[in-house]
Write a protein that binds this ligand. Structure first.
Ligand code: ADP
Ligand code: MG
Length: 450
């Protein structure tokens, strides 16, 4: 029995541990090997591995047993790349396909799926993509360092791996070192512990390309920061390419020394913006093709992808997970993926996404859109040019947030909940007879659900 059983066990565990625990602890695991009675998993962090072993170890063993597999021991390894999702129960797990970089460099392994070829380009990420391409082409080092920043699940790691693959493709001899800032710190602490900082320094300074992912991790960690700074300087001075990612721009990073902040901005700083509807749809279409190839018997009804692109947040990882879940369901229960099925089996994700919009944001976007000012919007004025946008904002607050009518009223200059009810009715009415209002509402809704 091999690792292909894992998706089935995961589905069973999902029912047992509940949605939240599943997302946090079980889903990030990959079953990497089955060796006798030992199941080895890779976990994104040691913490997750420990937690799962302690809290869900027995449940996991029981589910294996139910599938007729005797598992006596679970082991967890960390440090591999973040788990990619295996498309079907019958394909290899990603960990098996994952390959390591140059053997003498202690970096993280590169995910074979994270290539330029698999990266869908749209407005929000076109600049980051172009910069990554340019850097991967090598030649004269023009952007050094390249600093990619943006929220989670927007493709930063994907782009970094793509650069590494492309550089290695062009020059198999190139010494490319990719690792997370967390791993950088870990190596550094090890070196200190074993009094071996000399070889640590030599190793890091001997690479042609250094990539450090999620650099925010070392902010506030004084000696690691210091060491990182020296490594970084040494490489830049030698004209070696450095590529860094972070969850925000260097200037916005708290607890990061000023001299490091400023050095990080020497090259090119580009942000990966949250996805928009078009990009989400493009990504879904491209991932759906892959899923469909692996699950030829599972049909998907028209409109499902559009629904997902519309309703699921900008995090691509969540989007991908949702699609994988639909195909897993479809293939297990032997039913086509319909809109109803999607609504039902993705309800947790849809809910989580809905909660994100705040009334403040709605008010801000609506005032921008209509060019009215905030004071007027929240004032008692009833001129049509102000009252209408106010009603639109109340309507959106009701539709896009889970706030109650009285709460919404309070956010709009302490108005009564009946005013909110009236506004919602009014806009609903107008939407069907007034094209302009319908368009405004749609544009605003899209922007807010962005
Ligand atoms: P980040 O590092 O910014 O948190 P990742 O690079 O890990 O995000 O991306 C999360 C997931 O979404 C990965 O599986 C990645 O392949 C996928 N992804 C993100 N952006 C794109 C894109 N533009 N095209 C295709 N896949 C994408
Ligand atoms: Mg990442």
């Amino acid at each position: 029995m091999g690792t292909e059983i894992w998706p089935i066990i995961k589905l069973a565990l999902r029912k047992i541990v509940g949605e939240a625990a599943f997302t946090n602890w079980i889903n990030p695991l990959e079953l990497t090997s089955m060796d006798g009675a030992t199941a080895q998993f890779s976990a994104p962090t040691k913490f997750i591995g420990d937690w799962v072993a302690r809290n869900y170890g027995d449940a996991i063993k029981i589910e294996f047993a139910k599938q007729g597999v005797n598992v006596g021991r679970l082991t967890f390894v960390t440090g591999a790349v973040a788990k990619p999702i295996a498309p079907t129960p019958t394909t290899q797990t990603s960990a098996q396909r994952t390959t390591t970089g140059s053997t003498d460099l202690p970096g993280a392994s590169l995910d074979p799926r994270f290539t330029f070829g698999n990266f869908v380009v749209g407005k929000p990420n076109e600049l980051a993509h172009a910069a990554a391409r340019r850097v991967a082409e090598g030649g004269e080092v023009s952007f050094n360092p390249l600093f990619l920043h943006g929220g989670v699940g927007l493709g930063k790691t994907h782009l970094m791996h793509s650069i590494a693959w492309e550089i290695k493709r062009r020059d198999p001899e190139a010494r490319v070192l990719y690792l997370s800032a967390e791993q950088f710190m870990y190596r550094f602490v090890q070196a200190l512990r074993f009094k071996d900082t000399i070889s640590f320094k030599e190793m890091f300074r001997s690479v042609d390309v250094l990539m450090v992912d999620d650099v925010q991790f070392i902010a506030g960690k004084t000696s690691t920061q210091e060491e990182f700074f020296h490594t970084f300087n040494a490489l830049i001075d030698q004209g070696k390419q450095v590529i860094i990612s972070g969850d925000r721009a260097p200037s916005d990073m708290e607890h990061l020394e000023d001299r490091i902040k400023s050095r990080l901005q020497w090259g090119l700083v580009v942000d990966v913006h949250p996805t928009d509807y078009e990009l989400r749809l493009g990504i879904l279409q491209s991932k759906q093709e892959v899923q469909a190839r692996h699950n030829p018997r599972v049909e998907m009804s028209p409109g499902v992808l559009e629904f997902m692109a519309h309703r699921i947040s900008s995090n691509v990882r969540v989007l991908e997970g949702a699609l994988t879940r639909l195909y897993a369901f479809g293939s297990l229960v032997g039913r086509p993926i319909t809109l109803e099925m999607a609504q039902e089996s993705l309800s947790d994700i849809l809910r989580a996404t809905d909660r994100k919009v705040t009334i403040d944001e709605i008010i801000r976007k609506v005032t921008d859109h209509y060019g009215v000012n905030l004071t007027d919007m929240l004032s008692a004025r009833r001129t049509r040019s102000i009252a209408r946008p106010r009603q639109v904002a109340m309507f959106l607050a009701k539709k896009l947030t889970s706030k109650s009518l009285p709460e919404i009223g309070r956010c709009f200059g302490k108005r009564d909940h009946t005013t909110v009810i009236h506004a919602v009715k009014k806009i609903e009415e107008l939407q069907s007879i007034d094209n302009q209002i319908a368009k405004d509402v749609e544009v605003l809704r899209r922007m807010l659900e962005g």
